[in-house]
Design a binder for this molecule. Structure first.
Ligand SMILES: *Cc1c(COP(=O)(O)O)cnc(C)c1O
Length: 377
């Protein structure tokens, strides 16, 4: 398995318990605990002789998801959690404690911003938000008690591709850990751990699950950090349920084929929209990876297009405050992900009423283009 390439690893990561090895598909271990035939066997669990005792601590399905994503990211270990946000929290708490300071990129996913700005200070962890576009602005925010640099590989909603080598270099220079949310890129496009980032987080709710039917998260990294993060997941009770993990693993197996189609469609839609006179600006990443630039496209509608009418005329393309499902959907940053930001912050970032974020699905491209053509006419 070790020598398998990306697409093969994605299909073959499940680790079966010995007793179930004849079932082709991985069973669902929908159980809160595991049975031992005697006290010695129970003791054996603590000596590492059997893998599972209690599902909040570990379970074959949740372990599968952590392992599967870790393999695709090229990292030694991973842990699955109840959501992307709880994965991010577990990763942060593996590094930072009361009295510590974090430097975070200022254009983060809205929910992550809430976690860092509102919740971490109640743990006694202080966060500075700065532009990550210049090395100097990151540098000037680093203090004696800074323990972590935090950003996203492709940012939301303007889809800036993060300069990971700058973050890795600063982390080494100041001896502080680095963490990247790789949700938009997925390991199919970017593998930040292999670039030297210490912890990589995912909202598996998005492309990894891929079908908009679960909420889940994963973080991967080295053995020591992920063991620590796993303790946090166990003690905070932010473990993922076996069934959700099983569904997410099923999604993971088709990540490559979905991403390929998502990306092809997005690339074509981005170039179609950038030529359209009704559109003022198209945001689509460049040079994210040799496999393409992802499947999220943001657009700024021209002044004479009413965003509400536009959304209504998109017909089968729904307004959905999430992304990365197989269906094409649009979302409205000012109304959802960036709603809670102060008006001044929205203005500074350029989050306006004309900004629409498109999550391009895997339908036939022509149907997607036609829907936009109709809505824009
Ligand atoms: C959705 C998302 C999250 C949060 O994940 P949940 O699964 O909703 O908790 C974090 N980061 C990014 C980039 C996201 O898109």
């Amino acid at each position: 398995m070790e020598k398998f390439r990306f697409d093969s690893k994605a299909v073959h990561f499940n680790k079966k318990l010995k007793s179930e090895s004849t079932s082709k598909a991985q069973p669902i271990y929908q159980t809160s605990a595991f049975k031992f035939s005697n006290l010695d066997e129970l003791e054996g669990y603590f000596e590492g002789k059997s893998p599972h005792m209690y599902s909040r601590v570990s379970n074959p399905n949740t372990d599968d998801l952590g392992t599967g994503v870790a393999q695709l990211e090229g990292a030694p270990k991973g842990v699955a959690t109840s959501s992307g946000i709880s994965a991010i929290l577990a990763g942060i708490l593996a590094v930072a404690e009361h009295g510590d300071h974090i430097v975070a990129c200022e254009d983060l996913y809205g929910g992550t911003y809430q976690l860092l700005a509102k919740e971490l200070p109640t743990f006694g962890i202080e966060v500075s938000f700065v532009s990550f576009e210049s090395k100097d602005s990151i540098r000037s925010a680093i203090k004696d008690n800074t323990v972590l640099l935090y950003s996203e590989s492709i940012t939301n909603p303007f889809l800036r591709v993060e300069n990971l080598s700058t973050i890795v270099a600063l982390g080494k220079e100041y001896n502080i850990k680095t963490m990247i949310d790789n949700t938009f890129a997925t390991p199919y496009l970017m593998q930040p751990y292999l670039d030297g980032i210490n912890i990589v987080a995912h909202s598996a709710t998005k492309y990894i699950g891929g079908h908009s039917d679960i909420t889940a998260g994963v973080i991967v990294g080295d053995q020591v950090l992920i063991e620590k993060a796993k303790k946090k997941v166990m003690n905070l009770g932010s473990n993922l349920s076996p069934f959700e993990a099983w569904l997410t693993c099923r999604g993971l197996k088709t990540l490559s084929v979905r991403m390929e189609k998502h990306i092809q469609n997005a690339q074509r839609l981005a170039s179609y929209l950038s030529e359209h006179e009704g559109i003022k600006k198209v945001y689509y990443p460049e040079h994210a990876s040799e496999k393409g630039n992802g499947a999220i496209v943001s657009i700024l509608l021209g002044e004479d297009i009413n965003p509400n009418t536009f959304s209504e005329k998109l017909d089968w393309i729904g307004v959905v405050p999430t992304l990365a499902g197989v269906e094409t959907t649009i979302s409205y940053p000012i109304g959802t992900s960036h709603r809670a930001l102060p008006k001044s912050e929205q203005e500074r970032m350029g989050i306006t009423k004309s900004l629409i974020r498109i999550s391009v699905g895997i339908e036939d491209y022509k149907d997607i283009e036609e829907a936009f053509q109709v809505a824009l006419s």
